[in-house]
Design a protein around this ligand. Sequence first.
Ligand code: ACO
Length: 192
Amino acid sequence: VTIRRATIEDMLCMQNANLNNLPENYLFKYYMYHILSWPEASFVATTTDDVGGPADAVLEELAAGSGCRVSATKGDPCYVRSGEKLVGYVLAKMNDDPSQPSEALTGHITSLSVMRTYRRMGVAEKLMRQALFALSEVYRAEQVSLHVRQSNRAALHLYRDTLEFEVLKVEKSYYQDGEDAYAMKKTLDTEA
Ligand code: ACO
């Protein structure tokens, strides 16, 4: 698996992965907004081997049998270019919300996900470390924020234990289905 900066050509596959992996989905223009405004902040994980292919198909069949929400194209491998399959992404930005002013320059992780058959291999950690580095080095972020579902043990482990984010507060009913979110923050080492 290779980690590289996300480009405009990756946007459709990033959206496809997001639809597969998370209930928080965004309009295509929101992906474009990220990549046009902060072109160096988002990353993708891709592979040229096809080990995930058949397993992906089996998982999708299982999901279909269990009545899970799947569409015709959902779970199909998404190729960003010939032979290069997208297996994960991190969509990141700087905070530009005037209603959330902050003294420190703040980066934000909008969305992170890894396709099921490529999980537990360190892909998300690598994507996150690249994004944190870029936010700090390119956009001078002094801290980075994100939201995560309280029930999301995998992501919580990654953010809190592996990447040393801290929980700032609980945001009640942050998600559409009423679940609370942890608002998390990591202070970045900035050199003078
Ligand atoms: N349970 C417990 N710990 C886990 C799990 C799990 N299911 N999955 C990963 N971890 C741990 C790993 O053991 C590792 O810990 P370590 O540093 O102590 O060894 C750490 O988390 C990082 O593991 P990775 O292999 O890098 O994580 P992975 O590539 O599997 O991706 C992710 C993790 C992104 C959460 C993945 O499970 C996923 O895509 N889930 C669905 C989408 C999602 O929940 N995204 C995050 C939403 S929040 C947001 O987008 C801001």
